[in-house]
Design a binder for this molecule. Structure first.
Ligand code: GNR
Ligand code: NI
Length: 174
């Protein structure tokens, strides 16, 4: 397994549309494993392939709390096939927007179809933090960051500060 550099916004590599995976083969499984290692190392609860510069529809997540057994999940071509009318608000962070947080409204529950690491088609129903996390990760596959869900005032403030931090070299950026 390998730890990969995480791209920090603003960056055009975070704004594209990732390509569907044809088959979950050994290459995609290696990407999933490297992404999980990268995510755990960065203390994240999710990671999408574009954040490590790979434009493929692959995400990983583990929302187990501290002290609970780890629960790694890896998905290719995840898609929301149902979402609840109920909306909930969670404070979100993003490894590509280090040190910034904002409240984001999303459907409270989602049903997600995806290919697992054995290339098997699966569906899960998610709520609470997992639902938030999966929607956040699928957004990355479509070039959307959590700041795109908040006011332009707040978004521009965060992106401006990150631009400055990058220019000053105070961030470890990919
Ligand atoms: O580590 C992360 N925490 C988080 C908290 C609330 C909602 C979403 C997330 S995902 C984020 C990791 C990340 O940037 N994934 O793309
Ligand atoms: Ni993110």
């Amino acid at each position: 397994m390998a730890r990969l550099p995480i791209i920090v916004a603003p960056d055009p590599r975070l704004k594209g549309t990732a390509e569907a995976v044809h088959t979950v083969d050994d290459d995609v499984r290696k990407l999933m494993d490297d992404m999980l290692e990268t995510m755990y190392d960065a203390n994240g609860i999710g990671l999408a392939a574009p954040q490590v510069g790979v434009q493929k529809r692959v995400i990983v997540a583990d929302v187990a709390r501290q002290g609970e057994d780890s629960a790694p999940m890896a998905m290719a071509n995840p898609e929301v096939v149902w979402e609840s009318d109920d909306i909930s608000v969670h404070e979100e962070g993003c490894l590509s927007l280090p040190e910034y947080f904002a409240e984001v409204e999303r459907p409270d529950q989602v049903r997600v179809r995806y290919l697992d690491r054995d290339n098997k088609s699966c569906e899960i129903e998610a709520d609470d933090l997992l639902a938030t996390c999966i929607q956040h990760e699928i957004d990355h596959l479509d070039g959307i960051l959590f700041v795109d869900h908040v006011s332009s005032l707040k978004r521009n403030m965060i992106l401006r500060k990150l631009t400055k931090a990058k220019r000053q070299g105070v961030l470890e950026t990919a």
